[in-house]
Design a protein around this ligand. Structure first.
Ligand SMILES: Cc1cc2nc3c(=O)[nH]c(=O)nc-3n(C[C@H](O)[C@H](O)[C@H](O)COP(=O)(O)O)c2cc1C
Length: 245
């Protein structure tokens, strides 16, 4: 269709990186591209921590459950939802920050996601590969302590960037007819879409792993949403001031 759409549709996460360094100018351009994303009410609730210390990166890799590419990628960023800056601005104008609003939490988290995805596209447009690291939320308190994150700031995810040393296949997505509905929510498209996708992704996993991985999306969803997921997040967020009022 055009080069941008082609780039977007050729995304795949990269988990093996070459030793080649990424210069700071490139990182700055990527993060400035993140800043250019739309932001709810111009709140700009994202702070990015570029983690340079090898030992800190090793610790973050361990917190994320032993994901070694956190250590080996050319650069590692932690994307934080940050209401502290807005609170400070509010207070400087004689206001009083209303802590703990669920709506503010949603605004800040959405802002971070939009910012980060702009960074992903910018990086990929430069021939770099990326991988989001939600695994940091395994140990959010430990991550926060290491990065000295204050109240009203929480780590949403990490982000590996580097020159790819692998060329994985693009992972297929659900059929468009499952995710694009016209006018109203159409429940009867769900199951046919799931069935078609289960078959498609099973074939993809088999081919990618030489037959070793033989599972489908429904099985993955059973493992994911069929049990509690990081139940510590609620208490952690409360402890950082995100009390969901
Ligand atoms: C918020 C978020 C968190 C993620 N966390 C991890 C992670 O901790 N480790 C990992 O290897 N991949 C992680 N991923 C990558 C997803 O597994 C990946 O995007 C998904 O399987 C689709 O594959 P693709 O990106 O190659 O198209 C994460 C992706 C997102 C958006």
């Amino acid at each position: 269709m055009n080069d941008v759409i082609e780039l977007l549709q050729s995304h795949r996460s990269i988990r093996k990186f070459s030793d080649k360094d990424i210069d700071q100018e490139t990182i700055n351009a990527i993060v400035a591209s993140g800043q250019a994303a739309a932001t709810s009410s111009n709140v700009q609730a994202t702070t990015v921590i570029q983690v340079n210390s090898a030992s800190d990166r090793d610790q973050l890799a361990a917190f994320a459950g032993g994901q070694k590419y956190v250590s080996t990628a050319g650069a590692f960023l932690v994307f934080c939802a940050d209401l502290k800056r807005s609170a400070q601005a509010c207070d400087s104008q004689g206001g009083e920050f209303t802590q703990g609003m669920t709506e503010h939490f949603i605004i800040a988290t959405v802002d971070v996601a939009l910012f980060a995805q702009n960074c992903a596209i910018a990086a990929e447009s430069l021939g770099l590969g990326i991988c989001y690291i939600g695994g940091l939320r395994n140990k959010p308190a430990e991550v926060s302590e290491l990065l000295k994150l204050p109240e009203n700031v929480y780590p949403v995810f990490g982000f590996c960037i580097g020159y790819p040393e692998q060329d994985p296949e693009i992972k297929p997505r659900l059929p468009l007819s499952s995710v694009l509905m016209q006018d109203v929510y159409t429940e009867n498209v769900l199951q046919p879409g799931i069935d078609a996708y289960d078959e498609h992704i099973r074939a993809y996993y088999r081919s990618r792993t030489g037959g070793k991985k033989d599972s489908c999306w429904s099985e993955e969803m059973r493992a994911l949403v069929g049990k509690e997921s990081r139940p510590h997040m609620r208490e952690f967020l409360n402890s950082k001031g995100f009390t969901m009022l």
